[in-house]
Every structure is written in structure tokens, then in C-alpha cells.
Write a new protein. Structure first.
Length: 152
């Protein structure tokens, strides 16, 4: 019995011999499992595969800092940037759990930059506030008092 789709029934051997030159690839078979690489990135063969994965061919993905403590502390310095820094810090954790080294590293650098900018803005704000207080105290001490009648 022939199959109209050209497939053999289950359990039967093909009727004709295989064509020469159509064997498995000489470099070995690729792993059939794993997530496909995101668009624009080459597939990785693991973190130890040369040429793919992390720069240098190896490393520990858990060594990427998330700067969460710094981001939370920046709430008192520049809260709007601190909110974005906390969100990026959470992305670092998400990418680390997914095993995406490149995106985790990028989110870590962005978190560090946001925290640095928030710290500079907050530090400058504190310096200006101290200067303003000093000027206000100096100006208040030079204000002369007027005497009204016999009350001085």
C-alpha cells in the first residue's frame, strides 16, 4: 500500500536505499532543546562556548550587580530617577534568571548610571540648600532692629 504523502507507515523500513552524501553533519548534531536566540544575536552554545555567550568565553552571570540598595537609597536624593533605577534593577534580576547575560549587563550599567546621576543631583541639592541656609542666617543677623519709642 502506498501513502499519497510519500511517508512510510509506522514500523516499516523504506523500500529504497538512502542516497549517499545525506548523512548527519560532520560537525555533530546541534542540541535540539533550549531557547532560540533573540533577534540579532547569535545562538549561544552555553557560557563556555568560545566565540559565543559572555565576552571572554566564560564568567559568572551572578557576578553582575543589580545596585538595588543604591537605587533604593537614591529615593531620598532624586526620587524620579530612583524609581527608574529600581525598575532597571528589577530587570537585572529578571534577565539573570533567564540566563540572558548581555541584557542583564546592559540593565546593570543603566541602573548604575541612573543611580550616579541621582546621587550627583541629590548631592548638589544638599550643597545648595546648605549654602542657602548660610546666606539666610547671615542676612537675618545683619537686619537692624528699629526702636519704637522707649521700647528698645
Amino acid at each position: 500500500m502506498t501513502n499519497p504523502y510519500g511517508q512510510q507507515p509506522y514500523g516499516q523500513q523504506p523500500q529504497q536505499p538512502p542516497q549517499p552524501g545525506y548523512g548527519p553533519p560532520s560537525g555533530g548534531m546541534p542540541a535540539p532543546y533550549g531557547q532560540p536566540a533573540p533577534y540579532g544575536q547569535p545562538p549561544t552554545g552555553g557560557f563556555g562556548a568560545p566565540g559565543y555567550g559572555m565576552p571572554g568565553g566564560g564568567g559568572d552571570i551572578n557576578a553582575i550587580k543589580d545596585y538595588k540598595g543604591w537605587a533604593i537609597g537614591c529615593i531620598f536624593l532624586c526620587w524620579i530617577l530612583a524609581i527608574f533605577a529600581i525598575m532597571k534593577s528589577n530587570e537585572v534580576q529578571t534577565y539573570k534568571m533567564q540566563g540572558n547575560y548581555m541584557m542583564a549587563e546592559q540593565a546593570s550599567k543603566t541602573t548604575k548610571t541612573l543611580c550616579l546621576i541621582a546621587s550627583i543631583i541629590g548631592g548638589l541639592g544638599c550643597v545648595f540648600a546648605i549654602i542657602w541656609i548660610i546666606i539666610a542666617v547671615a542676612a537675618a543677623s545683619t537686619v537692624s532692629t528699629y526702636c519704637y519709642g522707649s521700647y528698645c
